[in-house]
Design a protein around this ligand. Structure first.
Ligand SMILES: Nc1nc2c(c(=O)[nH]1)N[C@H]1C(S)=C(S)[C@@H](COP(=O)(O)O)O[C@H]1N2
Ligand SMILES: [Mo]
Length: 539
């Protein structure tokens, strides 16, 4: 090893030219280690949070159209590979430069490397659909690459530069050999680490990519029983008001999955068992062959605060859970179905709710006309009108076990949340936003609008109260039925109320004539309650 080290550069030990080569190598190895770690983390955070993927996406976004078309004309579908190769070249060149700078003018090479890494993290965190956690892979990559570059560069730096001015030529040559050995050891470990990290990241991400490809080409069967058409008057189309139907991309997501489970439908089965006479297993092909139905249902999370947005409304395509349970023939005494996801999450749903012939509880495979998005449970999940998600809406569901509340305790109930989770009657003001300044229009009014929900019961009235005035009934929008939320609006005489601060409150009444309670409760253990109240200032 020492012999090899003495002769590796083929020039005089410590010659300027060979030193530049080692310095460049230090930069490239450090950057590679940082990128490897970033790739591995990105596989967990989100494939698109990789600084390389994000930067590539940003380049594609800013490249002028003519250049994009030229690239496609030249390289066809290999255009992305060419882009990645070019980016790799630029990165390697920049990293080599950082290495050379670091050897000659520390710490400026490290600063350059850190700056590029942080820029990559910033690009990742600002990509469409990104969250701030998308910066993590890039930042951690910097945290790995920069110290590594500092250490490697120190081994390459000429003795003069490291303060060994008084050393004899022989001693200095020996120190050089020791340093070179250190460089080779560290560099080899870093390179091996980078390669392993990239291989691991591929392995982690491969399943998700394969399943996404299956999902993209999947063709959902037409429903045997389509959902009733949404009446034109269901959506008031008011800016700032939640649309009647929530787009999949804007639908709230709540789950315990650090990594979104990647479930191949061809390997998916649903096992229906427990306290039943005829347990069975349903395959994906069998499910698709069943007569499916479509139904609009508003899903809500128990963690939603009063006024919160952990609620969304979608058109679900699926097969009634009731039919699956009937086929398994539950035994007397059973009162709960424990649904289980591939990742171990469980929900406990009352058996009578799932068997109710008037309630569209679905084993859903479609959401707003597409296969379930991966984050919403692809390939199959439960949707139960009227119950919070934590006791009903199991995503990536693979097991339904008929059991008893006395015998089985579901995931969130083990953690102190209520075993039963009927959705509470609630309403929300969407416009104006809390704290907004509002200017009355020509007729002196300001539009107040929002949503109200009492899934499976339905909303019969919504009232608004301004300051300590009387409760006033507002106009309700249409709805497809009791299982979804309902928009409402009210033209408030804000000019009459006068300039300055005003408090707006909302409360709903359900179809059973129950008025929404004023009692304030936090989300735990069974859902928040109280009247949503916002302050606005009239100009
Ligand atoms: N597998 C699994 N399914 C789950 C959860 C989970 O953590 N894991 N969370 C539940 C909760 S608390 C809610 S509110 C809904 C949210 O569904 P969404 O993310 O599609 O909006 O999913 C439910 N299904
Ligand atoms: Mo939830």
């Amino acid at each position: 090893m020492s012999g090899a080290a003495d002769h590796t550069d083929g020039g005089r030990p410590g010659s300027g030219r060979s030193r530049r080569g080692w310095a460049a190598l230090a930069g490239v190895v450090s950057a590679a280690a940082g990128l490897g770690v970033a790739e591995l983390l990105a596989a967990f955070v989100d494939p698109a949070s990789s600084p390389v993927v994000a930067a590539g996406g940003a380049v594609v976004d800013v490249v002028p159209g003519w250049l994009k078309e030229t690239a496609i004309a030249l390289f066809g579908t290999a255009d992305k590979a060419v882009l990645l190769i070019v980016m790799g070249g630029v990165l390697a060149g920049g990293a080599a430069l950082a290495g050379m700078i670091e050897v000659r003018r520390p710490p400026w090479g490290a600063v350059l490397l850190a700056a590029v890494g942080v820029a990559g993290a910033a690009v990742a965190a600002t990509r469409p659909g990104a969250t701030s956690t998308w910066a993590v892979p890039g930042v951690v990559g910097v945290v790995v690459a920069v110290p590594l570059l500092r250490v490697l560069a120190a081994t390459v730096r000429p003795p003069e530069a490291t303060g060994a001015r008084t050393a004899t030529a022989a001693a200095s040559a020996q120190a050089q050999a020791v340093d070179r050995r250190r460089f080779l050891q560290l560099g080899a470990i870093a390179t091996a680490g980078a390669v392993l990290a990239v291989i691991a990241s591929r392995a982690v991400g491969a399943g998700a990519r394969a399943v996404e490809a299956v999902r993209a080409t999947l063709h959902l069967p037409a429903p045997a029983l389509p959902a009733p058409a949404v009446p034109a008057g269901a959506d008031l189309h008011i800016a700032g008001l939640a649309p009647y139907l929530t787009a999949n991309s804007g639908f709230y997501r709540i789950d315990t999955a650090l990594r979104v489970p990647a479930v191949d439908p061809e390997e998916w089965t649903l096992r229906v068992s427990g306290l039943v006479d005829a347990p069975f297993e349903l395959t994906w092909a069998e499910l698709l062959a069943l007569p499916l139905q479509e139904h609009h249902v508003t899903l809500a999370c128990v963690s939603n605060d009063v006024g919160g947005d952990l609620i969304g409304n979608a058109r679900w395509l699926g097969y009634p859970v009731r039919e699956l349970l009937a086929r398994a023939r539950p035994r007397p005494g059973a009162d709960m179905v424990l649904s289980r996801s591939v990742d171990g999450f469980t929900a406990g749903t009352p058996l009578d709710v799932l068997l109710d012939p008037d309630r569209a509880c679905l084993l859903a495979i479609g959401m707003n006309g597409e296969p379930l998005p991966a984050v919403h449970g692809f390939p199959a999940r439960l949707v139960v009108p009227g119950l919070y998600g934590y006791v009903s809406a199991t995503k990536w569901v693979t097991e339904l076990t008929v059991t008893r509340f006395a015998d089985d305790v579901a995931y969130w109930t083990q953690r102190g949340w209520s075993a039963r989770g009927p959705i509470k009657l609630e309403s929300r003001i969407d416009v104006p936003r809390a704290g907004a300044g509002v200017t009355p229009s020509g007729d002196g009014t300001v539009v107040i609008a929002g949503v109200a929900w009492a899934q499976h019961t339905g909303i019969s009235a919504v009232e608004v109260q301004v300051d300590d005035g009387p409760w006033v009934a507002v106009t309700l929008a249409d709805t497809v039925g009791p299982d979804t939320w309902r928009q409402w609006r009210y033209a408030w005489d804000a000019a009459g109320a006068g300039a300055g601060e005003h408090t707006l409150r909302v409360r709903a009444t359900d179809a059973d004539a129950v008025v929404q309670t004023a009692d304030v409760a936090p989300p735990a253990p069974d859902g928040a309650s109280g009247w949503h109240t916002v302050s606005v200032s009239v100009r």
